[in-house]
Design a protein around this ligand. Sequence first.
Ligand code: SF4
Length: 329
Amino acid sequence: MGGPKRVLLASPRGYCAGVDRAVVAVEKALERYGAPVYVRKQIVHNIHVVTELEAKGAIFVDEVDEVPEGSHVVFSAHGVAPTVVEAASDRGLHAIDATCPLVTKVHREAVRFARDDFEILLIGHTGHEEVEGTAGEAPDHVTVVNSPEEADTVEVRDPSKVVWLSQTTLSVDETMETVRRLRERFPELHDPPSDDICYATQNRQVAIKKVARDADLVIVVGSANSSNSVRLVEVALEHGAKAAHRVDYANEVEQAWLEGVETVGVTSGASVPEVLVQEVLEALSDAGYRDVEQVRTAEEDLMFSLPKELRQDSSGQRDERALGGRGRG
Ligand code: SF4
């Protein structure tokens, strides 16, 4: 192929409001209490973010029993089950809850439907921290449905009292297919009161769909354990990209991927700092892809206030940074 080389840069991409808030929460806790500050699990699923916070004095642990008694511990953006909150309290830890408010919303739905004795079919990935946290709100009422295929086999006690909820970072199309198949088997299936798949996940998927139809190759910047990043690769392939790859860093872009490629689509997951995307664009520019066109499908200006434990400074004044996170690139 001899056509012009170009990049279609999806927008929105990168940091969402929940990730921004969680990262600022750890930075703020380090500023206020000094290092180390402990963080249960990766604060957000991005290796670069985690490495940078470690350099500033954050210590990432798997469980709260690894945290010295009396220390500060931050719960990650993905949320925690009530048993984790209790374990932290039993240990005398000062907990700072950086759970994304949009994950907390799903927790509340789980609690409410369980109280009304619904069986909850939670569409999501077994073992993902968010699913463990949401399921932990009502373990006796929740069954995880991992895929459309599992919708065909899952069993319920009473088909007249079933509701579906979902993880916030799934593929919208695949989730709707799972729901369709569930409803075929359980016609009285209730819907959640509002979308569980969050605005950021949805917006990034809409943007990459538009890019993918014109792209020979799509590069998604994001980590392997980032659910929404992995979904972006799948969505790109389903919507016309001839190839799609996920990378953490620019140096993972392989020259062989670019052979015969005129148009490269670029996007990033909701936990990815813009600097990593810019590095990919530089690598593409070095390979002759200097013409960069933004493909914008939505504007985002949502911000969340900091976790309540960090909203006052040590003199009791309201902290201005609590009124919003940092700007997004
Ligand atoms: S991806 Fe969505 S649910 Fe997850 S932290 Fe961002 S806004 Fe919150």
